[in-house]
Design a protein around this ligand. Sequence first.
Ligand SMILES: Cc1ncc(COP(=O)(O)O)c(C=O)c1O
Length: 370
Amino acid sequence: MSQLPPIYVTQPYLPPLDEFIPYLREIWDKKILTNAGPFHARFEKALCEYLEVEHVALFANGTIGLVTALQALRVTGEVITTPYSFVATAHSLLWNGNKPVFVDIEPHSLTLDAAKIEAAITSETTAILAVHCYGHPCDVDAIQKIADNYNLRVIYDAAHAFGVRHGSDSLLTHGDLSVLSFHATKVFNTFEGGAIVCPTAKIKLRIDQLKNFGFVDETTVVAAGINGKMAEVNAALGLLQLKHIHHALARREAIDARYREALRGVAGIRCIDAGPPGEANHAYFPILVGADYPLSRDALYDKMRAQGVNPRRYFYPLISSFPMYRTLPSAHPANLPVATAMAQEILCLPIYPDLADEQVDRVVALIASR
Ligand SMILES: Cc1ncc(COP(=O)(O)O)c(C=O)c1O
């Protein structure tokens, strides 16, 4: 076992504590802790400006955001989705009473393969729930074209896609709604938190009602809403985190470049394209451990862990292999050959703003050594 301190796949980014104290003092002075308080309003406004989007509705976490997005669009029946994601993506469908229909992913981006969507559409299909996996954009134009042809809703699980650009626009403006996660492990965190990016004030209003038990005013409840509200302490942290996001993204970009350069000559290791410079957020650093690498993916994973380096096999096992999904016809591995193969080869290497260059080199040395 290595004597060096362990390295984890990620570490939350936190601003200096001294900078947060005045925010806490303001909360203590005002004694407004939640229910759309002043920090909530300020954070929503600042987030819209930073992300260059029209409206956002803040949430307690991304999962409640996903369920609420489905509710807000009144999604029923079957929903086409990816097996290659964090389990919350498909779980949100079960919580909304939908039947997930799994469609395979593209080998280069590991996002939903738009070319395979049409074959999975039935008379029961009402929506597509796609994931910008690792922050890599889905083929948003192809997905929208199919949705328009078949009158389907499009929801993006953008839990990994904070700040990602698509050409000159925010990636988050695509589809009917995009759902962000501000969980501790994400590029941008509010400890726990999330948001729905909304195209109009009308849909934001409905979402704001749904996340507040369905209340529209003091005495009127119009829907079986839930408690999805973000608390003031989380909103205040978000406001402060926005001041540091440029540094956090720049450091991620530098680490990404260092890994790519160092791993270029390592036979059997393929780095996945992060997207054009200036558009990506480098939320993860996924590599594929191919058959021409001397060890299997799991043997490399074990070897690294034995030396105190903790990569993660996101996303293995596939969502479609979990007990609540595996009996669905679309969950059969024969229907998902690319996702099945990728889940066997994937390894996400440590990446976070406070990861030092020497630590990146230590990770690379373990992969490059025979
Ligand atoms: C792809 C994806 N979707 C949804 C979620 C759920 O977000 P949260 O943890 O904020 O509920 C996560 C991560 O946690 C995720 O990685």
